[in-house]
Design a protein around this ligand. Structure first.
Ligand code: GDP
Ligand code: IMO
Ligand code: MG
Length: 428
C-alpha cells in the first residue's frame, strides 16, 4: 500500500495542515519528521479551528500520530499544546501519540541563543525565535539532550555539564546571564515523567505498521525553499524540509515513502527575510495579504505576498521528487482581474529557468511573467472541478504545464471539505 509524504514547495504556510487533515481519512498513521514548534498549522473542521505546532495533524481526525526523530522537540511547548487541544476535545494519550526516543530537545537556552544570534546578525533571518536553529546546531555538535536522556538521570547530568561548558562562555562573552545547571536539571526532571510515557522506538512502530499493511502519511513542516541545503540559504530553517527528510526523520528507508504531494498556494507568501522574486511590495501585495488572511499562525507576523512562482515550484518539485501538487487558496484570487505567473528569471542579463544559488543573484533575479485572465466569481467552497470557472481551470492547467507536475488536489477554502480531488495522490 502506497504511503504519502506531504511537503511544502514554497516558503511554508501553504496549507499543509489542512491537506494532511483531509488526506488522513485514507491513512492509518501520521508522522511529523522535521522542524519543531516553529511550524504552525491551522485546521478548520465544521467551523472549529485547531492550531497545531508539534502535534501531527491526523490527531484531529483521531488518527494516531508519531513525532519522529527528525523533530526538534520543545517538550514544554508540546505539553502545553496537548492541554490546549484536549480542551477542544481531542484525545492525545500514549495510545494515540508516540514520540521518538532519539528526537532532540529544544531547551530554554536555545531560544535565548536564537534571540541573541538574530540580534547579532547583519542579515536578519527573521527566525521564529523558538530556539529551533540553535537546537539543531547542538545536534550537529553532538551535545544535544535527547528525549531518551530523560530516562537516564546520570546521562542527563553529564550531558548538561558538557552543554553548559559549551554555551556559558558564549553567554558570558555576550554579557548575558549564564544558565545554571541545577534549575535546568530540575526543569528536565520535572518534564520527564510527563513526556516519557509517550516515548518509545518510533522507528520500530513504523516498520511494524508498514508490515501490517498500514498506510503512513508523512507530514512535512516548513517547505523546500526553507530547506537548509536547498532553500534560500542562509534565510532558511535549520533542518532538511524536502521530502527525503521523511525517511531520515522517521526511521524508514526511502523506498517506504511512496508518493510525494507538494503543497503550494495559488500565489506565494513568505514570513521572515530573504529573497522572494515575485514579492509584491505594493497595493496588490496588501490586497493578497488581506484576502488570504496572511498573518503567521505562530508569530502573528504579516506574511509577504506575491504572484505564483512556477519556476520556483518546478525546482522545489524536482528537489522533493514531487509526484503531484495540491494547489491551495485558489479562492483568494477570486476578485482579481488579472493574475500573473513567474515562468523564469532574468539574472545578469540572461534568462534562466531555475533559481540561482548565489545570494546576490537570488536577490537580483527578476521574475519573467505571463499574465492570465482572472475569473471574477467566487470559487469559495467549490468541491467539483466542473463547477470551477473556465478561467480558473485554465490557470490550474497552466500551473501544471509550467511546473511539469500534475495538480491532484485543489483547495477552495479553509474548511476540511472545501477540496477538489482530481486524482488520488496516494496512487502513482
Ligand atoms: P501550513 O503551515 O502549511 O499548515 O499552513 P498554515 O496553516 O500556516 O497557513 C495556511 C492558512 O490558510 C490557514 O489559516 C488555513 O486555514 C488557510 N487555508 C488553507 N487552505 C485554504 C484555502 O483553500 N482557502 C483559504 N481561503 N484558506 C485556506
Ligand atoms: P510551517 O510548517 C513559514 C521561517 C521563519 C524564518 C526561517 C527560520 O507552518 O509551514 P526558524 O525559526 O525555523 O529558525 O526560522 O524559517 N519558518 C517558517 N515560515 N512557515 C513555517 O512553518 C516556518 N518555520 C520556519 O519565518 O524565516
Ligand atoms: Mg504554517
Amino acid at each position: 500500500m502506497a504511503n504519502l509524504v506531504v511537503s511544502g514547495v514554497q516558503w511554508g504556510d501553504e496549507g499543509k495542515g489542512k491537506m494532511v487533515d483531509w488526506l488522513c481519512e485514507q491513512a492509518d498513521l501520521v508522522v511529523r519528521f522535521n522542524g519543531g514548534h516553529n511550524a504552525g498549522h491551522t485546521l478548520v473542521v465544521d467551523g472549529k479551528v485547531y492550531k497545531l505546532a508539534l502535534l501531527p495533524s491526523g490527531l484531529v481526525r483521531g488518527k494516531p500520530g508519531v513525532i519522529g526523530n527528525g523533530v526538534a522537540l520543545d517538550a514544554a511547548a508540546l505539553l502545553a499544546e496537548i492541554e490546549r487541544v484536549r480542551a477542544q476535545g481531542l484525545h492525545v494519550t500514549p495510545e494515540t501519540l508516540l514520540i521518538a526516543e532519539t528526537a532532540i530537545l529544544v531547551l530554554p537556552l536555545h531560544s535565548a541563543i536564537d534571540a541573541r544570534q538574530e540580534q547579532n546578525r547583519s542579515c536578519k533571518i527573521g527566525t521564529t525565535l523558538r530556539g529551533i536553529g540553535p537546537a539543531y546546531e547542538d545536534k550537529a555538535g553532538r551535545r544535544a539532550i535527547r528525549v531518551c536522556d530523560l530516562a537516564e538521570a546520570e546521562t542527563l547530568s553529564t550531558k548538561l555539564d558538557d552543554l553548559l561548558a559549551h554555551h556559558n562562555p558564549w553567554f558570558k562573552g555576550q554579557g548575558l546571564p549564564v544558565f545554571e545547571k541545577a534549575p535546568l536539571l530540575d526543569y528536565l526532571l520535572d518534564l520527564a515523567p510527563r513526556i516519557l510515557p509517550f516515548t518509545g522506538p518510533a522507528w520500530l512502530k513504523l516498520h511494524q505498521a508498514g508490515q501490517a499493511g498500514q498506510r503512513i502519511l508523512f507530514e512535512g513542516a516548513q517547505a523546500a525553499m526553507l530547506d537548509v541545503d536547498w532553500g534560500t540559504y542562509p534565510f532558511v530553517t535549520a533542518s532538511n524540509t524536502t521530502a527525503a527528510a521523511a525517511a531520515s526523520g522517521s526511521g524508514l528507508g526511502p523506498a517506504a515513502l511512496g508518493q510525494v504531494l507538494g503543497v503550494c498556494k495559488a500565489y506565494t507568501t513568505r514570513v521572515g527575510a530573504g529573497p522572494f522574486p515575485t514579492e509584491l511590495s505594493d497595493a496588490m501585495g496588501d490586497r493578497l495579504r488581506e484576502l488570504g488572511g496572511e498573518y503567521g499562525t505562530n508569530t502573528g507576523r504579516p506574511r509577504r505576498c506575491g504572484w505564483f512562482d512556477a519556476a520556483l515550484v518546478r525546482q522545489s518539485a524536482k528537489l522533493s521528487g514531487v509526484t503531484a501538487l495540491a494547489l491551495t487558496k485558489l479562492d483568494v484570487l477570486d476578485t482579481l482581474d488579472e493574475i500573473r505567473i513567474c515562468t523564469a528569471y532574468r539574472v545578469a542579463g540572461q534568462t534562466q529557468a531555475h533559481f540561482p544559488a548565489g545570494l546576490a543573484a537570488q536577490f537580483q533575479a527578476e521574475p519573467q511573467y505571463e499574465t492570465l485572465e482572472g475569473w471574477r466569481v467566487s470559487t469559495r467552497g467549490i468541491r467539483d472541478w466542473a463547477k470551477l470557472p473556465p478561467a480558473a481551470q485554465r490557470y490550474i492547467q497552466r500551473i501544471e504545464m509550467l511546473t511539469d507536475t500534475p495538480v491532484d488536489l485543489i483547495s477552495t477554502g479553509p474548511e476540511r471539505h472545501d477540496t477538489i480531488r482530481l486524482k488520488d495522490p496516494f496512487m502513482a
